[in-house]
Write a protein that binds this ligand. Structure first.
Ligand code: KIV
Length: 262
């Protein structure tokens, strides 16, 4: 595998192919992800749930994200390293620049932020300063209390149209990737068709340009794995094999199946 760049990911989309992403929080798992040639590694703030045992991602701090980013960075060479900006670390543009600087200096190659149109100026500021940005729309776990739980988003037409418009705004502001979480498959497909940048789905159907899963969900060791995940360790003889099979199934269009979609 070549070193993943934003241009590589855009070319994969332009060629009608798919790529895989997965979360990692430490050196050992990151090394397995690298060996499996997974194109994108995400240090997700899901570490609040799967590493720290918190009920939500809200308690996670920038310093914790930086610590895990540095550990993951030591395990990967070619996979593109994206790190989540945690809750309230980008409430203002200035805060976002300060937080992103810490994460990029810890080894991130791109930062991910949850939200829609309100982030346009922040995305623009980061991108203008050479910091690649991944947006995150749909179910945005940092807003769980506002959303009233971990629910499928964008089921109604008006909500779907709003999400499409906000995603376009993020792209126009300079985002290079977009994650869309927990939406009907039709909306995942519409987002991938609308945007030029690659759209990475999680519980967003088979027609996004890429898929991402939380590592602990796909190894079957999370407290409550979501419907949209698949336990790859169940049929594998090693964690390495499980991660490789996931990557191959994403690139081959095998995952997600109908049972993982809304
Ligand atoms: O924190 C995370 O792991 C994420 C993924 C669910 C996309 O944001």
């Amino acid at each position: 595998m070549k070193t993943t760049t934003i241009d590589n990911l855009k070319a994969i989309k332009a060629d009608g192919n798919k790529f895989a992403a997965i979360t990692a929080y430490d050196f050992s798992f990151a090394s397995l992800i690298e060996a499996a040639e997974i194109e994108v590694t995400l240090v997700g703030d899901s570490l609040g749930n799967v590493i720290q045992g918190q009920d939500t991602t809200l308690p996670v701090t920038v310093d914790e994200m930086a610590y895990h980013t540095a550990a993951v960075k030591r395990g990967i060479a070619r996979s593109l390293l994206v790190t989540d900006m945690p809750f309230m670390s980008y409430g203002t543009e200035v805060q976002a620049l300060d937080s992103a600087a810490i994460l990029m200096q810890a080894g991130a190659q791109m930062v991910k932020l949850e939200g829609g149109e309100w982030l346009a100026n922040t995305v623009y500021s980061l991108a203008e300063r050479g910091i690649p940005v991944c947006g995150h729309v749909g179910l945005t776990p940092q807003s769980v209390h506002k959303l009233g739980g971990y629910k499928v988003q964008g089921r109604e037409d008006a909500a779907a149209q709003k999400m499409l418009a906000e995603a376009k705004v993020l792209e126009e502001a300079g985002a290079d990737l977009l994650v869309v979480e927990c939406v009907p498959s039709s909306l995942g497909k519409a987002l991938a068709q609308l945007l030029d940048i690659p759209v990475i789905g999680i519980g967003a159907g088979p027609d996004t340009d890429a898929q991402v899963l939380v590592l602990h969900d796909m190894l079957g060791i999370s407290r409550k794995p979501p419907k949209f995940s698949k336990n790859y360790l169940a049929q594998a003889s090693s964690i390495q094999e499980a991660i490789s099979t996931y990557g191959n199934e994403v690139r081959g269009g095998v995952f997600p199946g109908p049972e993982h979609c809304f």
